[in-house]
Design a binder for this molecule. Structure first.
Ligand code: RFL
Ligand code: PHB
Length: 391
């Protein structure tokens, strides 16, 4: 039977980053991933990293490409009623910034580092099941190349995302909190220069939400709010670009450079938290334990902060034979998670058009937007959450 110290389920950013930080501390891991590496890299998701996440990549020893190719953003912009309102995020937070660097690239860097260090990742591990984590000897069983394999370990890290097996294995013991939003995001990736290379633009118009983001100076990522039952096939590239333009101010609309999409997908929006995040020797981290709507750009960053808490706790366990960090993991992580849940829910509510808002609700949203951009206190609250609350 194969053995390791920490069995990590899932080779997304949470699992890979955890593996790298533990490796730096001399702790053995095996990662079991259901998909192929190419499949994982093909998922276009997050793009904005908090400093906490950038620092963790540095700590893991793989920040080099991120610093060379990522774009530092000192500001964001809000567009409403046809006008642009810059928010000087760095100025309001004593110099804090966010970095635009795609989740795909971050994942690629983590995969390359893991491979270079010769650390084991089993791709296409099927039927993963978790056993004995309520006792001293956890075991993970899985199917690979047609054979059933067993992996004995000290701990299991469930980093297998929202639809994984880890949370499902403890479903009778978790309390779930959930909010589903009545719309989705249609996202387009295109090899065109971003309309706003120095600030992510969040738009609220009568036609709905829009977002102008980027992956590099030659690759843009744009989103528009759409009905949940829309299909990607309903959206030709032309329809998408026309709709995006109609939701922005005239200046940005005119300056958008369009081109063929290289990826187009619709994502539903959800807020979700599972409590607690520890079950004996099983720990949940990242999307396996919580989901935020993407409006605040917090999902990947929360996965990174969970991993920071969990790796520190495991290192403390192995180095100092202390259970303190492990015992506090769930409460510490959840404290940060709920603050990001609150922020993501708030920014989603502020920037989208909801079907049941009514005239009164709309006036309140208009008033809040106006207050936000004219009050230093309100802008500061937005800015300090956007750059990420301290660990
Ligand atoms: P992942 O990335 O879902 O990885 C989980 C991995 O586990 C594997 N897996 C299994 N492996 C073995 N056995 C099983 N039974 C398994 N079941 C699943 C999966 O194949 C997968 O490889 O979770 P992780 O690592 O927790 O990372 C979380 C982030 O991916 C996620 O929070 C972000 O992408 C959210 N997000 C954003 N976050 C940000 O911080 N900033 C952003 O700008 C941002 N934008 C976004 C986003 C998410 C989006 N979508 C599509 C949900 C924009 C969008 C549109
Ligand atoms: C992205 O670049 O994909 C992105 C940026 C900001 C968000 C969400 C997604 O709030």
């Amino acid at each position: 039977m194969r053995k390791t110290q920490v069995a990590i389920i899932g080779a997304g950013p949470a699992g890979l980053l955890l593996g790298q930080l533990l490796h730096k501390a001399g702790i053995d891991t095996v990662i079991l991933e259901r998909q192929t590496a190419d499949y994982v890299l093909g998922r276009i998701r997050a793009g904005i990293l908090e400093q906490v996440t950038v620092d963790l990549m540095d700590e893991a020893g793989i920040g080099e490409r991120l610093h060379a190719e990522g774009t530092v953003h000192h500001a964001i912009e809000l567009v409403f009623q046809g006008e642009r309102h810059p928010i000087d995020v760095a100025g309001l937070t004593g110099g804090k910034v966010v970095t635009a660097y795609g989740q795909t690239e971050l994942t690629r860097d983590l995969m390359a580092a893991r491979q270079a260090a010769g650390l084991p990742t089993v791709y296409e591990a099927r039927d993963v099941s978790l056993h004995g984590f309520d006792g001293e000897r956890p075991l993970v069983r899985y199917l690979h190349d047609g054979r059933t394999e067993e992996l004995a370990c000290d701990f299991i890290a469930g980093c297998d995302g929202f639809h994984g097996v880890s949370r499902a294995a403890v479903k009778d013991h978790v309390t779930e909190y959930e909010k589903v939003y009545p719309f989705g995001w249609l996202g387009v990736l295109a090899d065109v220069p971003p309309v706003s290379p120095h600030a992510i633009v969040y738009g609220n118009s009568e036609r709905g939400f829009s977002l102008c983001s980027m992956r590099s100076l030659t690759r843009s990522r744009y989103y528009v709010q759409c009905p949940l039952d829309d299909k990607v096939e309903d959206w030709s590239d032309q329809r998408f670009w026309d709709e995006l333009r109609r939701r922005l101010d005239p200046d940005l609309a005119e300056r958008i450079v369009t081109g063929p999409s290289i990826e187009k997908s619709i994502a539903p929006l959800r807020s979700f938290v599972a409590e607690p995040m520890r079950f004996g020797r099983l720990f949940l981290a990242g999307d396996a334990a919580h989901i935020v709507p993407p409006t605040g750009a917090k999902g990947l960053n929360l996965a990174a902060s969970d991993v920071k808490y969990l790796s520190s706790a495991l290192i403390e366990h192995y180095r100092e034979k202390s259970a303190t960090g492990l015992d506090h993991y769930s409460a510490r992580a959840l404290q940060r998670v709920w603050k990001a849940e609150r922020f993501s829910w708030w920014l989603t509510s502020l920037m989208h058009r909801f079907p049941d808002t009514g005239a009164f609700g709309q006036r309140l949203q208009d008033a809040e937007l106006d207050y936000l951009v004219h009050s230093r206190a309100a802008s500061t609250a937005l800015a300090e959450n956007y750059v990420g609350l301290p660990l």
